[in-house]
Design a protein. Structure first.
Length: 383
């Protein structure tokens, strides 16, 4: 069986997909994962075969089809519509390369990241079923609808009047904190994954002081969102902690680090079991990594749409949610201190870790993928 995984727009959206791709390959199936050029290091570093389908990034897609830069509203429904349009344009830039890949390689199944809107279209063109892969973090329906509207010309070209329905959906989010409006989906355990490096003993052992990791996501650059990360570091640094900052190396080089702090592209999947608290922007990959390891979290959701899952996890007693409009040093440091000193947060995080641990492993989902293909072949042969 040949499975084409259509990945997301950056490393943070690629890493959650990789364990299922690896499991399918380890079960003897042929696997290719596609994505924008910027995602190639993350995919190839995991040992999965990869094809780059566009040199564009999601930031490039702020420019519309007429070549006009479209500002993204800071808040409200208009923001999700603008984001959906951006993802739709990224899909449009990817579609021809994906169709060429499908025509040459002839996959039997497409597994598409929920925000990779070209996936369902290439599956339709190839005449094969597709599976929807979601983290259920910042993936609201209005983004889907806006992306579909943006892709109307491509859909018309393919003879479609809307996005084809998936054979089934997969979710990485534990049921107790899953959005109530999310579609029915098969649960899948999140296996933390990140770009690897040669490990040093401090990475997998715990020191004498509480260990706190700070991150603002994998897409931070010296020119984009750097001030958000810098602000988080400055607000946490005065605490009596061992401070780690997970960020690209070129960003780390610009940070004014306190004594003893470590910063760079750190293997967060290895570090997570040794951490006492993680302070971050509420991104999907790091949130799920904390849930899988029972690490209490301080959410500072600077981007709209990330506060909803943050609030649900906080309501389960596993996190603190800090309003980004009131993210003073006292607020963030106080939240970290509370999580370190109050054992109830660790207990809440442990309950979510246990729930996550009961979800099926990627290898257990592979038979479901096989059944979808077998059923499709039977129905095709019967015609």
């Amino acid at each position: 069986m040949k499975i084409l995984f259509v990945g997301g727009n950056g490393a943070g959206t690629i890493f959650p997909d990789i364990p299922l791709a690896q499991a399918a390959r380890n079960a003897g199936h042929e696997v290719i994962m596609s994505g924008p050029e910027v995602t190639m290091p993350a995919i190839l570093g995991s040992g999965v075969s990869a094809v780059s389908v566009t040199g564009r990034t999601i930031q490039d897609c702020r420019v519309n089809r007429e070549g006009v830069l479209v500002p993204t509203p800071p808040r409200g429904p208009e923001r999700n519509i603008a984001i959906g349009r951006m993802f739709g344009r990224l899909a449009a830039h990817s579609l021809d390369a994906l169709i060429d890949l499908a025509e040459r390689w002839r996959p039997d199944l497409v597994v598409s990241n929920v925000l990779a809107y070209a996936g369902p279209l290439v599956a339709h063109h190839a005449g094969v079923p597709w599976v929807r892969f979601a983290t259920d973090i910042a993936e609201p329906l209005d983004i889907d609808l806006a992306a579909a509207a943006e892709l109307a010309p491509e859909m018309e070209r393919l003879g479609l009047h809307g996005t084809p329905a998936p054979a089934f959906s997969v979710t990485l989010m534990p049921e107790s904190v899953r959005p109530p409006t999310a579609p029915v989906a098969l649960p899948l355990r999140h296996i933390p994954c990140s770009t690897q490096s040669s490990l040093e003993p401090w990475m997998y052992t715990r020191g004498d002081r509480p260990r706190v990791l700070v991150s603002a996501g994998s897409r931070v650059t010296p020119d984009d969102d750097f001030d958000l990360l810098k602000g988080l570091v400055e607000k946490v640094a005065p605490l009596d902690i061992e401070l780690l900052i997970a960020t690209p190396d070129d960003v780390a080089a610009r940070l004014d680090l306190p004594a003893g702090a470590r910063a760079g592209w750190l293997p967060v999947d290895v570090l997570a079991p040794t951490c006492d608290v993680m302070v971050h922007h509420a991104g999907g990959n790091i949130t799920l990594t904390c849930l899988a390891n029972g690490v209490p979290q301080v959410f500072v959701p600077y981007l709209p749409g990330l506060e909803e899952h943050s609030a649900r996890i906080a309501a389960r007693g596993a996190a603190r949610l800090v309003d980004p409009e009131n993210d003073s040093a006292a607020d963030i440091a106080g939240a970290v201190r509370d999580l370190l000193e109050d054992p109830s947060y660790r207990a809440g995080a442990r309950r979510l870790r246990e729930e996550t641990g009961r979800m099926p492993l990627p290898a257990q989902l592979v038979p479901d993928l096989e059944r979808v293909v077998a059923t499709h072949r039977e129905s095709t042969d019967a015609k």
